[in-house]
Design a protein around this ligand. Sequence first.
Ligand code: FAQ
Length: 313
Amino acid sequence: QMSDEERRFQERIDEGVRIEARDWMPEAYRKTLVRQISQHAHSEVVGMLPEGNWITRAPSLKRKAILMAKVQDEAGHGLYLYSAAETLGVGRDKLVDDLLSGKAKYSSIFNYPTLNWADIGMIGWLVDGSAIINQIPLCRCSYGPYARAMVRVCKEESFHQRQGYDLLLQMCLHGTPEQKAMVQDSINRWWWPALMMFGPSDADSTNSAQSMQWKIKLFSNDELRQKMVDQTVPQAEYLGLTIPDPDLRWNEERGHYDFGEIDWEEFWAVIKGNGPCNRERLQARVQAHENGAWFRDALDAHAQKQEGVRKVA
Ligand code: FAQ
């Protein structure tokens, strides 16, 4: 049973009005946004780790500069997103604590290792590619601060995706047979995890119905996943790669590619903390936080000193 306020709120959403930080909103709307935006922010921050792993081993100065710029963009995305979450009345310290204690989720994809240089291109192509498909609709979602943050994030992700594809083009079309084999090995490992980024199937997506009613989500998990497959298969063909799915085929009737069943057991295991790199990723973040303690202390000390100066004046 909706209260009058809730009914009025839903009407505004249905009319396409953007909700702003000071507007009245149901507590559950606030909560689901804090959950999704903070998870998204954590994904950007943890997402720096698999790529950061290759900065020191990039094969040329040019590739190294590109990779460093991309990783820095991701730090920036994390910061915009934490700021968007803060407009909902939750402190950044609390959000970071929830990540470090293992309470908050971040995208499953960042719990897989980057084993070869082609993985860097594969992340740009498949992971940023999927991220864009998921995030373009978020630019039109009902919560203003989140929607606006997404506009800039999406522009930067498009550049990330292109650099990934460019890296793979170089290896596949102009590389040695060994380099091409490296790319095939990489897609064999990243294809299915990339499809899992879109979340559980619609039937198992507990948050979807409400999030779609509130226009936080504009498309379902399965709709976006299908879009990713349809868009990516021709690109894989151009690279001369084989997608590791024997059930993948064009369905003339549907006008879409059919594809095989995702290993949902693997998906849920990764989400529950048991993926190949979950422990390593979290440990790296905890260590980074501990190593930064002196800086936070110095900021506090400085703020207190300024406060004292102001009182005297
Ligand atoms: N990983 O009911 P639903 C990037 C959880 S892109 C982990 O369908 P929802 C860019 C879900 O939270 C990646 N957990 O959930 C980059 C829920 O659990 P909860 C980040 C997942 O929220 C590129 C439960 O399963 N992008 O970082 C995943 O309606 C390269 C049930 O699922 C975003 O976060 C998963 N894959 O839909 C950076 C986009 N899927 O919270 C560096 C914004 C589901 O109830 C390098 N987020 N779960 O305990 C979204 O669009 C949505 O949150 C979905 C999930 C679509 C991810």
